[in-house]
Ligand binder design. Structure first.
Ligand code: F6P
Length: 326
């Protein structure tokens, strides 16, 4: 049991795209608050549920058995309603009505922006926790869900590699990542892909074809090309490659399977550490921050820093994909 909290009643929401490990975060936020002697409730469907007053009572028991489950028991949503002043006023009214003194928001950068607006406009104490498979949030080496999503994709591609090898085919695999290639690069490295296409770095498909031809000449019988969804459609890349190389090619879109499933132990431990820290800090009177992990250490940054800084791909990692494909 820690020292008595400054805040007596807080709330928690999960918002934006779900990510494996969000449940573990909620469990940690709730149990830490209860251990500090505070009350805590949740709102379902993120900011949308905050506006619609979809509150749920939370207890130590209600978050039991969810540590290993994917998805989020609080449900989630992308909430355009929260972009209007009317929506935000309603959300604030509901917080006041419930006597909520602070809010924990688990989600990606859009959700963290929502938290900042509540804090800026209404002086509501908020604490953000990075929960997104994309891993595109600044101020943390990892967001909750990324490790599991990468493992899910790698497991699927290992299977595809078997059939690619047997038929001596090129396989183009589309992974998630609308605006960035963090998932794609780690997946490409972990499954030994021959190429990786991401939205941040320009690429030429003719060059990809040339590399594939050279690899065949050197005796490579199959190839895997990982494409982030924001870089190209897998179907288009497959068609181009088949047409310009004559190699048999197929494509697979992994899609939302990357968002589901049991969180890895890495994500569970990360979720618990971040959830506990966020709850502690909010109850102790800190606000307007996101908690994260840098070099293994827990950190807290102002949301203004997190949202104002772009997280960029490590070019050495992308280069390593090419080196390993030689
Ligand atoms: O932000 C997480 C993410 O899975 C992205 O990688 C993807 O582009 C997007 O969400 C898909 O969103 P939705 O499930 O709303 O279609």
């Amino acid at each position: 049991m820690g020292i008595a909290p400054e805040l007596k009643k807080i709330a928690v929401i999960t918002s934006g795209g779900d990510a494996p490990g969000m449940n573990a975060v909620v469990r940690a936020v709730v149990r830490t608050a209860l251990a500090r002697g505070a009350e805590i409730i949740g709102f379902e469907h993120g900011f949308r549920g905050l506006i619609g007053d979809e509150f749920v009572e939370l207890s130590s028991k209600s978050v039991g058995g969810i540590l290993s489950q994917g998805g989020t028991l609080l449900h989630t949503a992308r909430s355009p309603e929260f972009r209007s002043a009317e929506g935000r006023n309603q959300a604030h009214d509901n917080l006041v009505e419930h006597g909520i003194e602070g809010l924990v928001v688990i989600g990606g950068d859009g959700s963290l922006s929502g938290a900042k607006r509540l804090s800026d406009e209404f002086r509501v104490p908020v604490m953000g926790i990075p929960g997104s498979i994309d891993n595109d949030i600044s101020g943390t080496d990892f967001s909750v869900g990324f490790d599991t999503a990468v493992n899910t994709a790698v497991e699927a591609i290992d299977k595809i590699r078997d059939t690619a090898y047997s038929h001596e085919r090129v396989f183009v695999i589309e992974v998630m990542g609308r605006n960035n290639g963090f998932i794609a690069v780690d997946v490409a490295l972990a499954c030994g892909a021959e190429a990786c296409l991401i939205p941040e770095i320009p690429y030429r498909l003719e060059e990809v074809c040339e590399n594939l031809r050279n690899m065949r000449k050197r005796g490579k019988r199959s190839s895997i090309i990982v494409v982030a969804e924001g870089a190209a459609r897998a179907a288009d890349v497959q068609e181009y490659i088949a047409k310009h190389t004559g190699f048999e090619a197929r494509y697979t879109v992994l899609g939302h399977m990357q968002r589901g499933g049991r969180p890895s132990s890495f994500d569970r431990v990360l979720a618990l550490r971040l959830g506990a820290m966020a709850s502690e800090r909010l109850l102790s009177g800190f606000s307007g921050e996101m908690v994260g992990v840098l070099g293994g250490n827990l950190v807290a940054h102002p949301l203004s820093y997190v949202l104002g800084t772009e997280r960029t791909i490590d070019p050495d990692k992308l280069h390593l994909v090419d080196v390993m494909a030689q």
